[in-house]
Design a protein around this ligand. Structure first.
Ligand code: NAP
Length: 410
């Protein structure tokens, strides 16, 4: 076997390992803009522990955590895992290439997608409460160093899920992190039920496209917020008929240290925004707000949630320090619910819905492996819709459904 596999090809013999692999690597000295931070290098293959699997990455998915990792903010990934290198990437589809001696459920040659939660598997939290509560819980490819932007990735075998046969490698690599996160937020944390009105910020973004689909599947009414009317056709294709363009509310965003005049203008836009929601919902209020934007939108989210309503939040793209009028929260007995990724059982259940064709990935653009950094720069600039895929060992122009390179006959 040669030093490094040629990109875009599936080696004929599963399990035969090259000496080195290509990876998109971030180093401590160059954190910052993704274009400078993420560089292609030739590196050794990761070691595989007894409960691990080594996966040949056919395709990888881009997530916002790659942008955070490149920037080194708000926390440097090197403080989290202590390694002198970081290969980002928390989504992949691929072929199992090697398994540790304790792994029973998977074999070399299996076609898989990967969920991104790692935990110890041995503590009471892992075995009775929820692996997300494990003291060693980590997000693979963000809090760990061997992510998916490489020809091979090392994962815990419990992270493997069957790849849907109805999808090519690229769409299969695009949905895990954001879809499973949205699933836990809406199904388990906020317990959305039929008839609920759910306000979804960033509805055409990575989390949002799945939040919309999950709401439709549950019989709830998604109210999709978008930053531009060019995103309406995408939302309609997902079944959302109620949408609001946030650009029609130019003073809605909260920025710290606002002047009394700015505060007055924001309050006015906030009320207009609430009125717009009621126009769309025949006078009903919002049962659940789906939050991940953070500082700029959170005061509006707390304001528009109905009495006893819920705000479920998993991120804060615009800032982590949230400021809002807490009287709206306590007087009207609203709840704020934190949520973070999903456990393996939730990921498995959610993945089944993709197998059944009830939830579909929304792949916006595909980049070749050598352009991982450019794909992240695009996401950092909010110039994408849905998800971005990276072709690693699959062809960049693979057919979107089935018969992808290396796919076994069904
Ligand atoms: N904790 C977890 O497990 C977890 C999992 C996934 C993601 N996250 C976090 O959640 C956030 C979103 O992730 P994503 O994958 O959905 O990212 P994304 O694909 O970039 O989508 C985010 C959407 O937010 C909207 N947005 C951006 N700036 C905004 C602003 N100032 N006001 C209102 N809306 C704004 C944009 O839509 P419009 O411009 O159309 O409004 C954008 O499409 C990130 O911070 C990510 O790190 C956390």
């Amino acid at each position: 076997m040669s030093e490094v596999l040629p990109l875009g090809e599936v080696p004929p013999e599963p399990g035969v390992l090259p000496r080195k692999m290509l990876a998109s690597v971030i180093r401590p000295g160059r954190e910052g803009d993704p274009l400078a931070a993420m560089q292609i290098e030739e590196v050794d293959l990761p070691p595989v522990g007894p409960n691990d699997a080594l996966v040949l990455v056919m395709a990888a998915g881009v997530n916002f955590n790659g942008v955070w990792a490149a920037r080194g903010k708000p926390v440097s990934v090197f403080k989290m895992h202590g390694e002198p290198f970081h290969i980002a990437g928390s989504d992949a589809s691929g072929i199992v290439w090697k398994v540790g001696e304790q792994v029973k459920r998977w074999r070399v040659g299996d076609h898989v997608v990967i969920h991104c939660n790692q935990s110890c598997g041995q503590c009471p939290e892992c075995n009775g409460l929820d692996p997300m509560a494990c003291s060693e819980q980590k997000i693979w490819g963000y809090e760990t160093s061997w992510g998916s932007f490489a020809q091979f990735t090392k994962v815990q075998a419990q992270q493997l899920l069957k790849k849907p046969k109805n999808l090519g490698w690229l769409p299969a690599a695009s949905y895990g992190l954001t879809y499973f996160t949205a699933y836990r937020m809406l199904v388990h944390q906020a317990e959305v039920t039929a008839g609920d009105n759910v306000l979804i910020w960033g509805a055409a973004g990575g989390l949002g496209v799945f939040a919309v689909q999950i709401c439709k599947m549950l019989g709830a009414n998604p109210i999709a917020v978008i930053g531009g009317k060019d995103k309406v056709p995408l939302l309609q294709s997902l079944g959302a008929s109620l949408w609001i363009d946030r650009k029609d509310f130019p003073n809605l965003a909260y920025h710290p240290s606002e002047t009394p005049e700015q505060s007055r203008l924001r309050s006015e836009d906030c009320k207009r925004f609430g009125k717009r929601i009621r126009e769309l919902t025949a006078g009903r209020d919002v049962d659940v707000v789906f939050e991940h934007v953070g500082q700029e939108t959170f005061p509006t989210s707390v304001f528009v949630a109905k009495k006893f309503g819920k705000i479920v939040i998993c991120g804060a793209t615009t800032g982590f320090n949230l400021e809002f009028d807490v009287r709206h929260l306590w007087m009207r007995q609203k709840q704020i619910l934190g949520s973070h990724f999903a456990n393996a059982y939730q990921a498995e259940r959610a993945n089944q819905l993709v197998h059944e064709g009830k939830i579909r990935p929304v792949l916006d653009q595909v980049f070749p492996f050598l352009e991982v950094a450019r794909a992240h720069a695009l996401m950092a600039a909010n110039q994408h819709k849905g998800k971005i895929g990276i072709a690693v060992q699959c062809a960049a122009d693979e057919k979107p459904f089935s018969q992808a390179a290396g796919e076994k006959a069904a």
